[in-house]
Design a protein around this ligand. Structure first.
Ligand code: ADP
Ligand code: MN
Length: 251
């Protein structure tokens, strides 16, 4: 009918506008038609006003700066439907009661993965871990708080001089403990997935985080503890992987 036709036309115009934006020409691969439709829906729902340039282009996802409808800053993470490593991604959904019985194909896995990151952000925040505030999820597109400022996204812990490694280590220790107490293991925790902004440490990239029901959750936790403790030990803190693991898992 007429309304549907008008909506189709508006969507086509929106897609053309996005496609014509300089930064999207570079990585059109991440944006199939359904991804444009997802961004369009987020625009209609006023979670996104305008898309900006990429902050990061990764293997599984690209992260962009954007504005919401009021012109506030947000970060938009777009997962590739054609992720080359979707088989590994599928393994991270195993045993997770939230994603029981999902179809095993590429698309279903990537869509679940996106929802998993959104719900992990919610759960981490509720557990008192500083993460980007989750705003909306649509298909393979996640909208969250931008850590840092427009044109100046916060650096990762690997890119800054850690002025007080003992204090920073204490904070991260507490984050890992709280996550675990909330039933989550980050699974890719390191100096590359912690950003530093305004005196705060912010944990990011929680898409792969698994619940403690996952068959490998214990190995993943040990690896997280190793990455974190070894990093802070290199910075001069008194940090040990086994001690961290014991601290996180006791009580
Ligand atoms: P990947 O799976 O590609 O590692 P990440 O979630 O770690 O995805 O994001 C990639 C990079 O994008 C991060 O290292 C960080 O620099 C930036 N980034 C991600 N989320 C945000 C955010 N909410 N605010 C600011 N920068 C972010
Ligand atoms: Mn990352």
């Amino acid at each position: 009918d007429r309304i549907a036709r008008r909506q189709d036309r508006e969507f086509a115009e929106f897609r053309k506008r996005l496609k014509d934006t300089e930064q999207f020409k570079l990585d059109d691969g991440a944006f199939d038609d359904a991804t444009y439709a997802a961004v369009y829906k987020l625009v209609q729902d006023e979670h996104v006003g305008a898309m900006g340039g990429p902050i990061s282009t990764g293997k599984e996802a690209n992260v962009y700066e954007a504005h919401d409808a009021e012109g506030g800053d947000v970060a938009v993470k777009v997962y590739r439907i054609n992720a080359s490593n979707f088989k590994q991604m599928r393994e991270y959904l195993e045993g997770d009661p939230r994603f029981e019985g999902i179809r095993g194909d590429k698309k279903a896995v990537v869509l679940s993965w996106t929802r998993k990151e959104f719900s992990n952000l919610q759960r981490a925040a509720a557990a008192g871990v500083r993460v980007p505030h989750p705003i909306a999820v649509q298909r393979n597109v996640l909208v969250m708080e931008l850590i840092g400022q427009e044109g100046d996204a916060a650096p990762t812990l690997s890119d800054v001089n850690v002025e007080n490694p003992e204090t920073a280590y204490e904070v991260v220790r507490e984050y890992v403990r709280r996550l675990y107490a909330a039933g989550l293991v980050h699974g890719d925790l390191s100096e590359y997935n912690i950003v530093v902004y305004d005196g705060e440490l912010v944990v990011i990239d929680v898409g792969q985080a698994v619940t403690i029901h996952h068959p490998n959750s214990d190995d993943l936790l040990r690896r997280d503890c190793r990455n974190v403790a070894n990093f802070f030990a290199r910075q001069g803190a008194d940090a040990d992987p086994d001690e961290l693991y014991d601290y996180v898992t006791s009580n």
